[in-house]
Design a protein around this ligand. Structure first.
Ligand code: AKB
Length: 316
């Protein structure tokens, strides 16, 4: 990768990825884009509505990029509330981005998710290649997106690559409309009020990952030797399988009085239950050497420190 366009650059992944790419590949070699302008602009930014057929193409051409990292998407809970809009953004945006990559001969990354699996998928140690019949609109978009990206690779030779992200935990930009968002909220509430009410039930396991590992995964996969890749769209990756009580336990090591109770949201609980409890990420390790650096305890130490600083700064 030398010159990169990021769509959805103001989102949870995009805001941090853009900074990391700029420090790795050079400030002027990363074009951030989103549907709205940032409040505090820094670096090159372009407004792009991914659902407009030619906008990704025009901006990619204007800056002569060699890679598109397409992140613009609606997450699972939001997509369940607005399925038709989700289809338009998640699938319409993806096909426009893939067309730009095809026309301009660009490398291409877009994330899939553990949401690409469904209730009939093996729940534990979910294999890389397995049954995928998701029961959510987000899952339908993700599995269709994986197949579409593979199609652009085999039919048109576009160098498409992707990972199935687990729930991502970060302190810079809040996730919006996901099922795994509780795993971010819990840290803020632990520090603000010492208590958190989880909308996901005790004992509900999902794969999770700290954002630095997720960013590393994107860069490592995009820089991986193409000849080693037997899979493309998309690789299972994970750092931990966790339920709400595991966050409670880890936070209590630092905030002993922290308490957690439960008020389950049936929609997000239903989505969570349709996803795997733990996925197998051997293919990512074998084909491009991916291994997460942060486990629950290391992530919790860092999250509490960073969120504490943020709360202090915002209240100053
Ligand atoms: C969501 O909860 O929708 C996302 C995801 C796992 O894809 N965080």
């Amino acid at each position: 990768m030398k010159k990169i366009l990021v769509t959805g650059a103001l989102g949870q992944i995009g805001s941090e990825l853009t900074e990391k790419l700029r420090s790795t590949y050079g400030e002027d070699n990363v074009i951030a884009s989103d549907i709205r302008r940032p409040e505090q602009p820094s670096g090159i930014f372009e407004e792009i509505d991914v659902t407009k057929e030619k906008e990704i193409y025009e901006i990619s051409k204007k800056y002569k990029v060699d890679t598109i990292i397409h992140l613009a998407a609606l997450l699972s809970a939001k997509a369940e509330a607005f399925p038709k809009v989700a289809w338009e953004i998640n699938m319409g945006g993806l096909v426009n981005a893939l067309e730009a990559a095809k026309e301009l001969d660009l490398k291409f990354f877009t994330p899939s998710s553990i949401g690409a699996f469904g209730p009939s998928t093996p729940k534990n140690n979910t294999p890389q290649d397995t049954l995928q019949r998701p029961t959510t609109m987000y899952g339908v978009n993700k599995v269709a997106g994986e197949i579409l990206c593979d199609y652009y690779y085999s039919r048109f030779g576009v160098d498409t690559r992707g990972v199935r992200f687990p729930g991502l935990i970060s302190y810079v930009t809040a996730p919006g409309g996901g099922t795994t968002d509780y795993a971010v909220e819990v840290y803020y509430e632990a520090l603000r009020s010492g208590t958190y009410t989880s909308y996901i039930a005790k004992g509900t396991h999902m794969d999770m990952m700290y954002m630095p590992d997720a960013l590393q995964a994107i860069i490592q996969l995009m820089e991986a030797d193409s000849d080693r890749l037997k899979h493309r769209n998309a690789f299972n990756i994970t750092a931990m399988s966790a339920a709400p009580e595991h966050f409670e336990e880890a936070i209590r090591k630092h905030i002993p009085d922290f308490t957690m109770d439960y008020q389950v949201d049936p929609v997000r609980q239903g989505i969570a239950e349709s996803w795997p409890d733990s996925i197998n990420a051997d293919a990512a390790k074998e084909e491009w050497d991916f291994e997460a650096a942060y486990d629950m305890d290391a992530m919790t130490v860092d999250m509490l420190e960073k969120v504490r600083e943020k709360i202090k700064k915002n209240s100053a």
